[in-house]
Design a protein around this ligand. Structure first.
Ligand code: NAP
Length: 285
């Protein structure tokens, strides 16, 4: 029940109508029986600063950030955590002692299902397809997992160079190398973890995959295939990987776990992860 005492949480983006965060957070809030509500806020880029000041005036407890604000919000925050500085993006903000604090829970969310495997990743080079915003969180996560090499493959030499340059000043120093897309066939045979961090294969283009069957066949049989996409389930990329006998992971768990980590920051309570996961599964089905 929304009352006079109800505290506000939310997600900002532009657009934000596709976001599934309100579904899982409000399901968690109901389960915890706490006096919060989580709302979507479409904020145009030129209104970001006004919105943040407005949120402070309204007394929001905190909020998530999605495209296109993950980088541009950083200078508007009083404190940015080391992990968010290293990634160069913030996805979770909270109000504390009169100012906004930000961090990034995407890397922790990405890592959670891989850590649950209990595998030693120190012999598993990681290969990331794509060099966008999510790839930065994945680089930080692969570094934290202990992957000995992190290979980032992209289609634009200019953007790849900028991506590599961005890590030069980061407090993290991941063992990173960037490669053009046409180098893929040489790289695939030595990879232990491959991640699709491009939108290729996302609904409504679910028949597409970033790799051909022949390229999937070049991966070692013990490799793990991870697609950040969660619609369709499974993606074409993960279907190919399963057929080749690789272990598949999709982006749903990352979404759930980054949200759970954010909710814990805001409420200081253990999040009901299973409820959050099930709310998304119910919605998607
Ligand atoms: P982004 O910043 O737009 O980056 C997308 C990357 O994919 C860019 O490097 C882009 O290359 C590349 N790309 C796009 N189309 C391509 C194609 N046809 N062939 C090869 N490369 C292509 O997006 P993002 O925020 O990193 O997100 C990437 C994916 O992760 C999306 O599908 C998103 O939904 C998903 N995601 C999932 C979660 C989760 O919680 N599960 C969280 C964040 C993101 P150029 O740089 O050359 O354009």
């Amino acid at each position: 029940m929304i009352k006079g005492t109800t505290q506000l949480l939310g997600v900002i983006g532009y657009p934000v109508k596709h976001s599934m965060s309100p579904i899982m957070h409000n399901a968690a809030i109901a389960t915890l029986g706490i006096d919060y509500v989580y709302l979507p806020f479409p904020i145009a880029p030129e209104r970001l600063k006004t919105a943040i000041n407005g949120f402070a005036a309204m007394g929001l407890t905190g909020f998530n950030i999605t495209i296109p604000h993950k980088q541009t919000i950083m200078p508007l925050l009083a404190h940015v955590s080391p992990v968010a500085q290293a990634i160069g993006a913030v996805n979770t903000v909270w109000w504390n002692e009169g100012s906004w604090h930000g961090t990034n829970t995407d890397a922790a969310g990405f890592m959670a299902p891989l850590q649950a495997l209990g595998r030693d990743w120190s012999q598993s080079p990681a290969l990331i397809l794509g060099n966008g915003g999510a790839a930065r969180a994945v680089v930080a996560a692969c570094h934290q997992l202990g992957c000995p090499e992190i290979l980032v493959v992209g289609r634009s030499a200019e953007k790849l160079a900028a991506f590599a340059q961005g890590w030069k000043t980061s407090p993290l120093q991941p063992p990173l190398a960037v490669h053009a897309w046409d180098r893929l066939n040489d790289l695939l045979p030595r990879v232990g973890l491959i991640i699709n961090s491009t939108p290729v294969g996302m609904a409504p283009h679910g028949a597409a995959s970033p790799l051909t069957d022949a390229q999937i066949g070049l991966l070692p049989s013990q490799a793990v295939a991870y697609d950040l996409i969660y619609t369709p389930r499974p993606t074409q990329f993960l279907q190919q990987a399963s057929t080749a006998g690789l272990m598949p992971f999709d982006g749903l768990e990352m979404l759930v776990q980054q949200g759970a980590a954010a909710l814990e920051i805001w409420t200081q309570q253990p999040p009901p992860v299973e409820v959050m996961r099930q709310s998304l599964l119910d919605y998607l089905s």
